[in-house]
Design a protein around this ligand. Structure first.
Ligand code: PBG
Length: 336
């Protein structure tokens, strides 16, 4: 009767599977949970009215005119989603070398912010100040002789940020990776009476192929000349990313973001450990599209992978996730 298995000699009394044996034990020992409070929903805004325009490279995601977006944002708020992040797809003829449309108080993105604030006051609004939706070359900053000039770009995005705050933005999220921008935006906001407007820094934004579908969504892929390697971080560099985030913390960032998400979980972890600030990951367009495309082919269970990826961001130390799945996830969580 005393049959000793080889495995007993190895495990002794240590058996990891005891805690995994039943649903109730698994629930008891669960370390991380995804809730609706973790979600930020990025949306694309187009001019006009009554427009819901599907983005081919992002099945299930639409560009919406402000009136339609207001309805969608209302639904998101009703589901309990805390915040949205907005991106404009403006007319080509409004785009120019310096992205001057970003400086208009009533441009598309500012109009959208005012409309959301009025119709859905209980949802947070996060706006980007990068110039790529506004430039004729698709770069995030002002280009002079083929170079994206840092300080002139920072001057402009500070002015754009103040206007976004005037329109009602709650958090400014600069994604263009210029040096010194966080401190400059903080000073600009404070000087214009916007002490309570926060800054979520795209602290570690990597030069990534995962942004492809986004560039289709805001129609910059056809415009972009060259790449963004002179301002985004190389995917090869982790220590440099932490150092870049450290500067943003010093300059006054309230929250940090890592972008893209799933391939950069080590960065999420390192940054959370290093600074203790709230950290958010952006599950970017290409990540969304990968999951959607595989699911549409029947190759993976899309819902399951969607929930798994978002939970993994929590495990990696993130306080929340920007995700195009936010509404789908919120609905799924509400069902239990
Ligand atoms: C640029 C910007 C990018 C995204 C949002 N703002 C990257 C880029 O086009 O270089 C990517 C978002 C996504 O892929 O979902 N400021």
């Amino acid at each position: 009767m005393d049959k000793t298995h080889l495995v007993d000699e190895i495990t002794g009394h240590r058996r990891m599977r005891r805690n995994r044996k039943a649903d109730w034990t698994r629930r008891l020992v669960q370390e991380n949970r995804l809730t609706v409070d973790d979600l930020i929903w990025p949306i694309f805004i187009v001019p006009g009215t009554g427009i819901v325009d599907p983005i081919a490279a992002m099945p299930g995601v639409n560009r919406m005119s402000i009136d339609k977006a207001v309805e969608a944002v209302k639904e998101a708020a009703d589901l309990g989603i805390p915040a949205i992040a907005t991106f404009p797809d403006i007319e080509m003829e409004l785009r120019d070398e310096t992205g001057s449309n970003s400086l208009l108080a009533n441009n598309l993105i500012n109009q959208a912010t005012s409309a959301f604030k009025k119709a859905v006051p209980n949802i947070g609004i996060i706006t980007d100040v990068a110039l790529d939706p506004f430039t004729s070359h698709g770069h995030d900053g002002i280009m002079r002789d083929g170079i994206i000039v840092n300080d002139e770009t920072v001057d402009q995005i500070v002015r754009a940020a103040v206007m976004q705050a005037d329109a009602g933005a709650d958090i400014i999220a600069p994604s263009e990776m210029m040096d010194g921008r966080i401190g400059a935006i903080r000073r600009g906001l404070d000087a214009s009476g916007h002490q309570d407007v926060g800054i979520m820094s795209y602290a570690t934004k990597f030069s990534s192929g995962f942004y492809g579908p986004y560039r289709e969504a805001i129609n910059t892929s056809g415009l972009l000349k060259g790449d963004k390697n002179s301002y985004y971080i190389s995917p090869a560099n982790g220590t440099e990313a932490v150092r870049d985030a450290a500067l943003d913390v010093e300059e006054g960032a309230d929250m940090l973001m890592v972008k893209p998400g799933i391939a950069y979980l080590d960065i999420c972890w390192r940054i959370k450990e290093a600074f203790g600030l709230p950290v958010f990951a952006y599950q970017v367009s290409g990540e969304y599209t990968q999951i959607k495309a595989a699911a549409m082919n029947g190759w993976i269970d899309g819902d399951r992978v969607m929930m798994e990826t978002l939970l993994c961001f929590k495990r990696a130390g993130c306080d929340g996730i920007l995700s195009y799945f936010a509404v789908d996830v919120a609905k799924k969580l509400a069902k239990g």
